[in-house]
Design a protein around this ligand. Structure first.
Ligand code: SF4
Length: 373
């Protein structure tokens, strides 16, 4: 069982060259202020040094698109945070990239700066699906980026894929999964397309256009994903995440699911100190202005009640293979009958003192907590 006692740090790099049709992450397309952004990250890290106690076990530089700006700037981030908080030896240090930004020089800069894990936003190996999603790259570019990352010396490579967009078939999805399997990657994330209000795809859905496949097809795609990747040697350890063995689980994301402390730096980043959750200004200007005034760039915070903490532990636990401790269910009257039924229909299973979701259980992971609240 993974024990992650040290905290993590997330840095949100808020720049993208273009906006993808489905994405509602905060980013801006003007990359000219990248240097100013980096100086501000350094200021924020120093200012918030007291919010988590280091050294840090994982650092994740995501976005936005870290590879959209000068790689020499991005490669300074591990060093900056090592100075402000300390990095454990063997810490997981991840950078996210877009396939069409990747060059050998960039990869060398990232490795030299201390990154030891790379996450590549492939999304699909089908050109028409990539065009539908509004991605800048094509399938050949995605394959070239993976090969370049391996050739440069990255030993931990992960890719993201998306399933469920309109026009995608079960066969074309299987094709993408088979291509992914050919690269012998350490980590594969497979996200179901979600339609967020305000995104181009979200707007198109409101006009009545079919922008994703039917629910039943999505369900089949999910089960097929689990079956194909498990058959290929991957552990399906979280609803959307697959790894070659526990050593390749995303330690950074595990911290979120286990409710471990993490510090979020950059516009829109969220932090959690084990008790209080805080979130930064979403707008890069407001975030920069606050730091320039010598203030923490916090836009709000909340502390959950005991009952909310329990609900959150159920919600996060049912997302992963770690499941939840049986004792957590016992606070709900009638829990035994409910658990019995869920075991009977194979949505849950018991392992020692924990209740673990099955693959079918992952499909309804958002509903399982409600049965014990
Ligand atoms: S999906 Fe990634 S690259 Fe596309 S707009 Fe969102 S953050 Fe930027």
């Amino acid at each position: 069982m993974i024990e992650l006692t040290s905290p993590g740090i997330y840095v949100h790099v808020p720049f993208c060259r273009t906006k993808c049709a489905y994405c509602d992450f905060y980013s801006v397309t003007d990359c000219d202020i990248a240097e100013r952004f980096l100086r501000a990250v350094e200021t924020e890290a120093a200012m918030r040094g007291d919010e988590i106690s280091g050294p840090v076990g994982s650092l994740y530089v995501g976005g936005g698109t870290p590879s959209a700006i000068d790689s020499e700037l991005v490669s300074k981030i591990p060093g900056i945070l090592s100075s402000s908080h300390g990095l454990e030896s063997g810490a997981e240090v991840t950078v996210e990239v877009n396939p069409d930004d990747v060059t050998p020089a960039m990869l060398e800069a990232f490795l030299g700066g201390g990154f030891n894990r790379i996450s590549i936003g492939v999304q699909s190996f089908d050109d028409s699906e990539l065009a539908f999603l509004g991605r800048r790259h094509d399938a050949a570019g995605a394959a070239a980026a993976i090969e370049a990352a391996r050739a440069s010396g990255f030993e931990r490579i992960g890719i993201d894929l998306i399933f469920g967009s309109a026009g995608q078939t079960l066969d074309s999805w299987r094709e993408s999964l088979n291509r992914a399997l050919e690269f012998d990657l350490e980590h594969i994330s497979c996200y179901q397309l979600t339609l967020e209000p305000g995104t181009p795809l979200g707007e198109r859905m409101l006009t009545g256009e079919a922008v994703c496949v039917e629910e039943e097809v999505q369900r089949t795609m999910f089960l097929e994903t689990s079956s194909m990747l498990s058959g290929g040697g991957y552990t399906h350890y979280e609803i959307s995440n697959f790894a070659r063995g526990e050593e390749n689980f995303s330690r950074h994301n595990m911290r979120y699911w286990l409710r471990r402390p993490y510090l979020g730096l950059g516009p829109s980043a969220h932090s959690f100190d084990g008790r209080v959750r805080r979130w930064n200004h979403r707008s890069v200007e407001l975030w920069l202005d606050a730091l320039q005034r010598g203030e923490r760039p916090s836009a709000g915070e909340e502390e959950l009640s005991g009952e909310q903490v329990r609900a959150e532990r159920l919600m996060l636990g049912f997302r992963t293979l770690l499941g939840v401790e049986t004792v957590l269910l016992k606070e709900h009257s009638g829990w035994e009958e409910t658990l019995e039924e869920l075991l009977e229909i194979s949505l849950l299973r018991i392992e020692g003192d924990r209740v673990i979701p099955t693959v079918e259980g992952f499909l309804v992971a958002d509903q399982l907590p409600l049965l014990f609240i």
